[in-house]
Ligand binder design. Structure first.
Ligand code: TXA
Ligand code: MG
Length: 347
């Protein structure tokens, strides 16, 4: 397939607009930037389009898609806005990296909700994303633009790696500003529940609504309801371990392992912060950001995993990022990438 590639600034061009609109309305797909990660979009109203993205991604059919809108004008055509706190959340966080899971109305097709009677909706902050939805004149379902199981795409080169020759159109919007997927929040009950952590934290939700829970605070009988969370995600090809402890012990441990492994002809990559970068001896080092800048770490996390893949390293060691307000969102992705392999080192 010949994939068409456009730059974000070409969206004012009428021919480009026409291509995007017809492609989406006729059941094709468009990969586009959002502030969180790139998404692969199809019309919510096109069974053909939705089937196409499940199949290109290799995504399990029971994993529902988020429907993206460019404004709230038609929100209540699609969903029941029942809880009084929802308006407050919308005022505070939309457009932005927050997906709200509502009870859906009949008109919302169940072919992209995994058979659930709910639907996740998000209005992205990224103007290119909203422009594409406006051009399409239909709601756009968009899972993260990565082949299932691979790290989400936060740079256009990731999109090219996964979708050139597979998707109809790719729109280059540069680097994703936030870098982690949206917070998914169930708003069907009296207390909103975070189903997937993100950069809108439960504390920020509590500040606005007064209440809010994370999944770990739910009782056992209250089953988790973000089906996507049960799948293995973000797995780099290498064997990955997160190393925790005092930084001098962590440096010493990783350097010792690196030496041993490199002696056996293995290549080692380390995901680290600016402050400690020159203390590691590994051949492949990825500086994810400053240890004191969680937003930088979040923005570069998926790129660090993809970079390790493209360098074909055999082993990855990563520092841990358990401090700070975004640590839940960051560690959720990092732990999945490492298949929960964590080693705590002491002297
Ligand atoms: O930031 C994002 O959310 C990105 C960009 C492209 O908008 N999209 C994204 O989509 O991350 P995806 O499909 O990779 O992840 C959607 C997550 C999955 O874990 C899915 O199970 C959950 O949201 N989800 C979607 N609809 C849901 C629903 N009705 N109930 C519970 N969880 C839902
Ligand atoms: Mg995803």
């Amino acid at each position: 397939m010949k994939t068409r590639i456009y730059k974000a600034n070409e969206l004012d061009n009428l021919m480009v607009q026409k291509d995007i609109k017809t492609t989406l309305q006729e059941g094709g797909n468009v990969v586009f930037p959002t502030e969180t990660v790139y998404g692969i979009g199809a019309s919510a109203l096109s069974l053909k389009g939705i089937r196409g993205i499940y199949s290109i991604k290799g995504r399990p059919g029971d994993n529902p898609l988020i429907m993206h809108l460019d404004n709230t004008d038609h929100l209540e055509d699609y969903v029941l806005v029942e809880q009084p706190y929802i308006k407050k959340l919308i005022n505070e966080f939309w457009p932005g990296p927050l997906t709200l899971v509502f009870k859906k109305k009949e008109v919302v097709p169940s072919y992209f909700t995994g058979g659930l009677d709910t639907v996740g909706i998000r209005i992205p902050a990224n103007e290119v994303a909203r422009k594409i939805i406006e051009i399409a004149e239909v709601p756009i379902c968009a899972p993260s633009a990565n082949i299932s199981g691979r790290p989400s795409s936060t740079l256009f080169k990731h999109v090219i790696e996964d979708f050139e020759g597979k998707a109809d159109i790719l729109v280059d919007g540069g680097k994703s500003e936030v870098g982690l997927e949206s917070t998914v929040l169930d708003v069907t009950k009296e207390i909103p529940v975070v189903l997937r952590p993100g950069m809108i934290t439960v504390e920020m939700i509590k500040d606005v609504v007064g209440v809010g829970k994370t999944q770990s605070e739910l009782q056992d009988h209250e089953t988790p309801r973000a089906p996507g969370m049960k799948y293995k995600h973000y797995a780099p090809k290498a064997y990955m371990t997160i190393i925790e402890g005092d930084i001098q012990d962590v440096v010493q441990y990783i350097n010792k392992k690196t030496e041993e492994l490199q002696k056996c002809g293995k290549s080692v990559g380390v995901i680290l912060t600016t402050e400690v970068s020159d203390r590691f001896i590994a051949n492949h080092k990825f500086t994810i950001g400053s240890g004191s800048q969680e937003t930088e770490i979040a923005a570069n996390l998926f790129a660090s995993l993809r970079e390790m893949d493209s360098l074909n390293v055999d082993y990855i060691y990563s520092l841990s990022f358990r401090e700070g307000k975004y640590s839940e969102a960051i560690m959720n992705r990092l732990l999945k990438a490492a298949s929960h392999q964590v080693k705590t080192v002491t002297k």
